[in-house]
Design a protein around this ligand. Structure first.
Ligand SMILES: *Cc1c(COP(=O)(O)O)cnc(C)c1O
Length: 352
């Protein structure tokens, strides 16, 4: 029923990808004179004079073990942002096709669509930021090439109901992208465990959140080998630098530290979720499966935002997002940062 070929842009189907020097010769040779590299070495303290592995084999091998998927099901991007952009470009003919978004959600989907001159369809989530039978029916009826489902959702923090996602996977004609940037902060199983069932499923995760490597720029997409093959075909040949690949490998070998930070952030989330509702200016704290909490403030969230800024505490003002009037998004920090935030909010007074 699902036909990937008919979803892929015709020019990409027929396109011959760039064949890099490292595609045409892999491994070690005594004399490497094929890529116009500098055999003398590198300026700066470390050696990066050779082009990196365009397929990131070593990183994917480690990731495959960790995630329980085969390397052929993994794409690595310069942040998830690159995967988002490539998925839009893979499927949507500019000026013709559309993507479907479920606001309030992550802003980069819209930016990627706009950049590529791709129309945006929108179906707003319910008041508690969920899928409903009507929303699912709307998604399934859509002609969009791609739907982005963010779960746990940014900026609201909640998981989308699995049953709704499953119905969308069964009924939607385009690619279903489940963005799991916050997967490490939830007990719910990843949709990567369902890849074999759904040829239209793409799951995105990232090193930017629980791994603490936002500065590295490394995102993951998991999908069928056919979809991954197309993403590899259209990506810039050396999209993941050697420094990033080396660092990601070191991080993957440092899993105990990852786990310890993850637990500490989860404890911080629990603590904040207990403290915030007790404050008179907090009207609601939304349930979160992520490393942040969306909270509704009264009477004026933007005044609270400005007040916090004055105290040197930056949070995200989400008041203008659909369904998010009066809300600020608060990232879970260190225990000290969390206490500073709560103390500052406790001292906010309505006259200020
Ligand atoms: C933070 C975040 C990402 C991560 O993007 P990177 O480009 O990998 O840093 C992806 N999706 C969502 C919804 C996010 O909130």
């Amino acid at each position: 029923m699902f036909d990937l070929e008919s979803l892929v842009r015709p020019n990409i189907r027929g396109m011959k990808p760039y064949s890099s020097a490292r595609d045409e010769f892999q491994g070690e040779a005594r004399v490497m004179l094929d890529a116009n590299e500098n055999s003398l070495g590198s300026a700066g303290p470390e050696q990066f004079n050779r082009y990196p592995d365009p397929q990131q084999r070593a990183v994917k091998q480690e990731l495959a073990k960790l995630k329980g998927v085969e390397p052929a099901h993994i794409f690595l991007g310069n942040g998830s942002d690159e995967a988002i952009d490539l998925l839009v470009r893979l499927t949507c003919v500019p000026g013709q096709d559309s993507v479907l978004l479920l606001p309030p959600t992550y802003g980069m989907y819209e930016v990627a669509a706009n950049l590529n001159d791709v129309r945006i369809e929108r179906i707003q989530l319910t008041a508690d930021f969920q899928l409903s039978p009507e929303i699912v029916a709307g998604v399934v009826a859509s002609e969009a090439k791609l739907v982005f489902l963010c779960s746990p959702n940014n900026p609201t923090g909640n998981l989308l109901h699995a049953a709704g996602i499953e119905e969308i996977l069964r009924g939607f004609r385009g690619l279903v992208v489940v963005d799991e940037a916050y997967a490490d902060f939830t007990d719910a199983p990843s949709w990567t465990t369902r890849l074999a069932e759904f040829p239209n499923l793409v799951v995105m995760q990232t090193f930017s959140k629980a791994w603490g490597l936002a500065g590295l720029r490394l995102g993951m997409a998991f999908a069928s080998p056919e979809i991954i093959g197309y993403l590899n075909k259209i990506k810039p040949p050396y999209n993941i630098s050697e420094a990033t690949q080396q660092h990601a490998l070191a991080a993957l070998h440092d899993a105990p530290h990852f786990e310890q930070m993850r637990q500490q952030l989860l404890a911080g989330r629990t603590w904040l979720a207990e403290q915030l509702p007790a404050l008179p200016i907090v009207a609601a704290v939304f349930p979160s499966d992520a490393n942040f909490l969306l909270a509704r403030f009264r009477p004026d969230a933007t005044a609270v935002y400005e007040y916090l800024l004055g105290k040197g505490v930056v949070v995200r003002n989400r008041t203008t997002q659909p369904g998010c009037a009066g809300t600020l998004r608060l990232t879970v920090g260190t225990p000290t940062e969390n206490e500073l935030l709560v103390q500052a909010l406790r001292e906010f007074n309505f006259a200020s």
